[in-house]
Every structure is written in structure tokens, then in C-alpha cells.
Design a protein around this ligand. Structure first.
Ligand code: EPS
Length: 390
């Protein structure tokens, strides 16, 4: 069973991720993992922190001589910023005078709910763990899940559909998304260059006004075989698992599979993807002319591309803060401001790729099993033959 956890605070010494359940014998491509971490750090609208960090995965266990050995994998990511926080956020008791209080909760952030829940007198510790810095740890283990999926021929990538009020109007193909991967400079990870320029202008506007922006990313999983997930139990449905996985990312407020939102407003004849029997390239000869279902029907992958969209609220730290209340005096004040990003839609898309990859890897391992890659791949190949002979 594939299981994972993360630990670490945004300005603590390091982030750590644990991944248990990958078969033995998977080749671990360190440059690929670090490239994934780099991708998550990119995007127009990131704050000063990304100039400090150079995320790289330090694998502590579970991988030897370049391959997984079937035991739990622990990965550490250094927080370079830690050196600036050692005195204000020490592990030991330290000097309370050096503590950096978050004096008034930011609307939209976990600050108030977290302080009430954990009985903190201000929001420093809430901010530290609620921060989207944590998503870097998920990307490190998500990269391992991607390496596993790659052995099955599955690839997972993302692109940005909306930033602020700008939305891409055209259908974006897998090849267009794939070509974004090779870019050495990431603006908004949008496959339509004209829309991307307008997105950049939107970010420039909020940079000037002290505001922030959200948007929509889409994660696409390519070459997923039919049969992952099941309708047999509510908590084994692939769409439910993906929705929870993507929704768990910081600032994601809605998740959509395929054209799920538009489908609610359309008649069935315009929504459901008619079935043919013509394809020569897929897992079976069954084919679809369109993919409104986003590759999942009845909680089961149907062999089409899986498309999952995440809707991101605007960053809740505003340079021109909203109204709040001082934790100490209970007087009205402006919300706390700390250095922040103003737009992170491309980064959230990369983090969501990881959550989708971890979910698909879990479902693939549930279906095909295997304690070694030889066994997993043999089982997968047997299933592939079964589909061909269907
Ligand atoms: C974040 C605030 C910023 C972001 C951070 C998330 O950090 P800082 O307060 O250090 O400037 O840069 O994201 C990351 C560090 C990251 O790696 O994505 C927040 O409050 O959520």
C-alpha cells in the first residue's frame, strides 16, 4: 500500500517527506526529481523567497545504488531561509524576545482558525505549517510516483488555464502541455502565448496595487489504462481520491474532473462521450471522439486522458491588507503582512501533478501489486494483454 506523510515548517530547518510502498528495483533519477522541484519554484508572481531557495531532494533512506529497495523512502529538503530564522524560530526554548509574532490573522489564511484550534496566542506556528512551502515535500515524493508511473507508460503534467480574469479559450492538447515541460523559463505555464502575456499583465497589475490573484490549473495524466479505481466502494472511486488529493493543496477551493462544471448546466446528449470501436493506438479498440468525462466514468479510469482542474483562491497575504483584529488587544487593525507571493497558479499546478501521480501510483499498485518492479510490470503486462484480447 502506498502511503505518505510530510513534516516541516516553512522557516524551520528542513522539510521531510516519507513514502512507503513503492516496489523494489525502481530506478531513481535524481536530476528528474530536482527538475520537478525546480518547476514548482517557477512562475511569474513568486515572492522573494524563491530567490533564496534552491530545492533539491536529499534522499535519506529506501534507495541504494540508484534503485528503490522496497523499504520506506525518506527525503529531506533544506530550507535555506532557516539560517535567517534560527534565533526567532528555534527548536530549543530560545529567547522569547526574538519571537516574530503574527499579530493579526489574515482573512483567507489558516491564521485565525489555527490559533483558535491549537490555543496559540498569535499565528506564527499556524503560518509555519499551513504555508504552501510544504508542497515542495509533496513534489519530491510525487516525482518518485511519476518515475514509477513512467515505467507503466503513464505521464502526468499540468498547464494553467486561468490567471485572474484571463482564461485560455482553446482546447489544449497533450503535445502542447508536453512542450511546456522543456521551457527553461516559466512565465505562467500557459500553452497559449497570447493568453500568457495577458496573464502576465494581470499579475503586473496586482503587483502595483498590493493585491493577489488566483486561477485555474489543469493536470493531465496521459496513457492511463482503463480500470484504475472502482465504483465498488465510495472511498475507492478514482475521481473521489483525485478530488481529495488536489483539494488538499494549499489555496485550492474547488476541483473539477473533465468538463464537470459545464456538464451540470448541459443536457446529457451534449455531455456524455459517445463510444466507437476504431482506435488502433489505445489500450483497447474502444474509442471516444471527445473526453468530457475527463477519463473517469463511475469512479474508474476509462482509458482516456485523465483531466483534473484545480481552482485556486488568490493568495491570502496582501501587501494592502484587509481588515482584521489584533490578537492581543482585540482592537480593529489591518491583517499582518509578511513577504509573500502574489500569484502561484503554475506552482500549484506542479504540486497538483504530484498529488495526481501519488494517487494514480497508489491505485496502480492496488490493481497490479508487486513487491518488485519485475513483478509489478509482469502483472501490468498481463492486464494489458487481457485488454488487447477483450
Ligand atoms: C507562503 C509564503 C511565502 C511563500 C511560501 C508560501 O514564504 P515566505 O513567507 O518565506 O516568503 O514563498 O512558499 C514557499 C516558500 C514555497 O516554497 O512555495 C505562505 O505563507 O503560504
Amino acid at each position: 500500500m502506498l502511503r505518505y506523510f510530510t513534516a516541516g515548517e516553512s522557516h524551520g530547518e528542513a522539510l521531510v517527506a516519507f513514502l512507503s510502498g513503492l516496489p523494489a528495483g525502481l530506478k531513481v533519477d535524481q536530476p528528474f526529481i530536482d527538475r520537478e522541484l525546480w518547476r514548482r519554484q517557477q512562475g511569474y508572481g513568486r515572492g522573494g523567497r524563491m530567490k533564496i531557495e534552491r530545492d533539491s531532494a536529499h534522499i535519506l533512506s529506501g534507495v541504494h545504488h540508484g534503485k528503490t529497495i522496497g523499504s520506506p523512502i525518506a527525503v529531506q529538503l533544506e530550507n535555506r531561509d532557516w539560517k535567517n530564522w534560527q534565533e526567532s524560530l528555534p527548536v530549543s526554548e530560545g529567547d522569547p524576545a526574538k519571537h516574530k509574532r503574527v499579530a493579526s490573522p489574515r482573512p483567507g489564511h489558516a491564521d485565525l482558525a489555527g490559533a483558535l484550534k491549537y490555543n496559540f496566542s498569535e499565528a506564527r506556528y499556524v503560518l509555519e505549517r499551513a504555508s504552501a512551502r510544504e508542497s515542495a515535500a509533496r513534489v519530491a515524493i510525487g516525482a518518485l510516483a511519476k518515475l514509477f508511473l513512467r515505467e507503466l507508460g503513464i505521464e502526468v503534467l499540468s498547464h494553467v488555464i486561468t490567471t485572474g480574469s484571463v482564461t485560455v479559450q482553446t482546447e489544449i492538447s497533450w503535445d502542447q502541455i508536453r512542450s511546456l515541460y522543456d521551457h527553461e523559463e516559466v512565465l505562467l505555464n500557459c500553452a497559449d502565448p497570447e493568453a500568457e502575456q495577458r496573464m502576465k499583465e494581470e499579475v503586473d497589475k496586482v503587483l502595483k496595487t498590493g493585491d493577489s490573484l488566483g486561477g485555474v490549473f489543469e493536470v493531465v495524466a496521459h496513457q492511463v489504462p482503463p480500470g484504475l479505481g472502482t465504483y465498488a466502494q465510495w472511498d475507492e472511486r478514482l475521481d473521489a481520491l483525485l478530488a481529495a488529493a488536489v483539494m488538499s493543496l494549499q489555496a485550492v477551493k474547488a476541483v473539477e474532473i473533465g468538463s464537470g462544471v459545464a456538464a451540470a448546466f448541459s443536457p446529457g446528449s451534449k455531455v456524455h462521450d459517445e463510444i466507437g470501436y476504431t482506435s488502433t493506438s489505445g489500450f483497447t479498440a474502444f474509442s471516444r471522439a471527445r473526453n468530457n468525462a475527463g477519463g473517469i466514468e463511475g469512479g474508474v479510469s476509462n482509458g482516456e486522458e485523465i483531466r483534473v482542474r484545480g481552482y485556486l483562491k488568490p493568495i491570502s497575504t496582501l501587501r494592502r491588507p484587509l481588515q482584521s483584529v489584533d490578537f492581543a488587544t482585540r482592537e480593529p487593525v489591518k491583517a499582518a503582512y509578511e513577504r509573500s507571493d502574489v500569484c502561484v497558479v503554475p506552482a500549484a499546478g506542479v504540486a497538483a501533478e504530484s498529488m495526481v501521480a501519488l494517487t494514480l501510483a497508489r491505485c496502480a499498485l492496488e490493481k497490479f501489486g508487486g513487491d518488485s518492479m519485475t513483478e509489478s510490470l509482469r502483472n501490468f503486462e498481463g492486464y494489458r494483454q487481457q485488454l488487447k484480447n477483450y
